[in-house]
Design a protein around this ligand. Sequence first.
Ligand code: SF4
Ligand code: SF4
Length: 90
Amino acid sequence: MALMITDECINCDVCEPECPNEAIFLGPEIYQIDAAKCTECVGHFDEPQCVQVCPVACIPINPEHIESRETLWERYRRLTAQAANPPSAS
Ligand code: SF4
Ligand code: SF4
């Protein structure tokens, strides 16, 4: 399941550097999560790192992106393969 950031976000900047997939970015008003990159930290950590550090607990599961653990593992493998072989370098 990808996670999402709600409008309770206070833009504290704490979560963005913690994401191993660089899925968190600052949107027009608050931080957002790119569902195509979020693996719920599967492959990297046992718990979602952004949820661990968020001081206002505003990062729930994204109901539009309910995904199986297998799907998250596939995403993790694809993202790490891309990181090892960026398209621009090939
Ligand atoms: S759950 Fe993990 S991968 Fe998803 S946005 Fe949070 S830190 Fe990034
Ligand atoms: S840690 Fe929580 S409050 Fe801080 S920027 Fe991230 S989502 Fe927003």
